[in-house]
Design a protein around this ligand. Structure first.
Ligand code: UD1
Length: 340
């Protein structure tokens, strides 16, 4: 059972490849390595004992994408991670984001139609809900105007997928991730942002490692118990496992509709300061941080209602915050030791 994982050398992609292989799937990764490295394939092989195939090209290239699908029309499913994801950068370079995230999606869907590949899993985000009116947020919550071009690419992508499904045999599942953090227990793969991290947890672990001087906490004057924003952090391995469930659901014809949407979160929200405390407790280190002004575009609070995913998928996030931050820290240390 062959699965194409686009962006499979990236953070969530690599963890998903590991889970797919451990359930007996044969994985082909397509990645242009714009934000990852080919060595991840070695790490995956070390964990699973199986080396996934890696083809390096840009899915924005229509001919190369079409050629890939012609050579691999026996693919049972596509999990599409490959996309840009930095909110701030998307505000600076909107066209780069629209081109990269939307053209590659259209090339893949077009090639799937041409070659009869039917099953498509899409990496979406809770960002489509904006600041929800009701918490926890369920899949039925309205889609709000996107705060950034990045968020807009997720909304438009879901629409492109739905419109394509109406006129083809393609089935789609959009997985809306909350805040994925943490790393594989082996510490062989994890989150490795290029340059200065935008996201909270890699910034914390790099600060503790001495790579960054100080973490800036963006605002403590929000209407939350400790004044800092609240998010639903989910362990990347729990998230990866949900992709295997989604692929199986499609292959085994268990879908209720041709397009389905699932929230992937724990259902629990933690503030920025709670994440810092959890990190300090599990690492035994004091983190150097400072409260500064709010970051533009940040919402106050969001956490998932995962009950539909829990029931329909028979999937549940199992790992708690302590395990998430401990695994992120173990990975940061292992990576820096190996690369020092
Ligand atoms: C956002 C998007 C998410 C997207 C992700 C990609 C929302 C709700 N979420 O996550 O869909 O996939 O970006 O990058 O739109 N923080 C600090 N200091 C830092 C970094 C972060 O205080 O140096 C705080 C932020 O203000 C926020 C929390 O930590 O309150 C989490 O931030 P981050 O990890 O960047 O994720 P989101 O912005 O929630």
């Amino acid at each position: 059972m062959k699965i194409l994982v686009t962006g499979g050398t990236g953070y969530i992609g690599s963890h998903t490849v590991v889970e797919l292989q451990s359930k007996g799937f044969e994985v082909i990764i397509v990645d242009n390595l714009s934000n990852s490295s080919a060595e991840i394939v070695d790490k995956i092989e070390k964990i699973t004992g199986i080396r996934p195939v890696l083809e390096v090209f840009d899915l924005g290239d229509r001919e190369k994408t079409a050629d890939f699908f012609k050579r691999n029309s026996d693919i049972m499913g596509v999990i599409h991670f490959a996309a840009f994801k930095a909110v701030g950068e998307s505000v600076e370079k909107p066209l780069m984001y629209y081109r990269n995230n939307l053209v590659s999606l259209m090339n893949i869907l077009e090639s799937m139609k041409e070659t009869g590949v039917r099953n498509f899993v899409f990496s979406s985000s809770c960002t489509v809900y904006g600041q929800p009116d009701k918490l926890p947020v369920s899949e039925k919550a309205p889609i709000k105007t996107a705060e950034s071009p990045y968020g807009n690419t997720k909304q438009i992508s879901e629409e492109i997928i739905q419109d394509t499904i109406k006129t083809s045999d393609i089935h789609g599942i959009a997985l809306r991730y909350f805040n994925p953090i943490g790393a594989h227990e082996t510490a062989l793969i994890g989150e490795l942002p290029l340059g200065v991290p935008n996201n909270l947890v890699p910034f914390i672990t790099q600060t503790a490692m001495g790579i960054r001087d100080q973490l800036k906490v963006f605002g403590d004057d929000y209407p939350t118990p400790d004044g800092t924003p609240i998010r639903d952090y989910i362990h990347v391995v729990d998230l990866a496992k949900a992709h295997v469930v989604a692929v199986n659901r499609m292959i085994q014809d268990k879908m209720k509709k041709a397009f389905e949407v699932f929230n992937l979160g724990t259902g629990k929200g933690y503030s920025v300061l709670e994440v810092i405390r959890a990190f300090e407790k599990s690492s035994g280190r004091k983190l150097n941080y400072k409260i500064v002004g709010r970051r533009e575009g940040d919402i106050i609070q969001v956490w998932a209602d995962p009950s539909f995913s829990n029931k329909e998928l028979g999937w549940k996030a199992e790992k708690g915050l302590d395990e998430m931050v401990a695994s992120a820290w173990k990975w940061e240390q292992a990576y820096r030791t190996e690369n020092s």
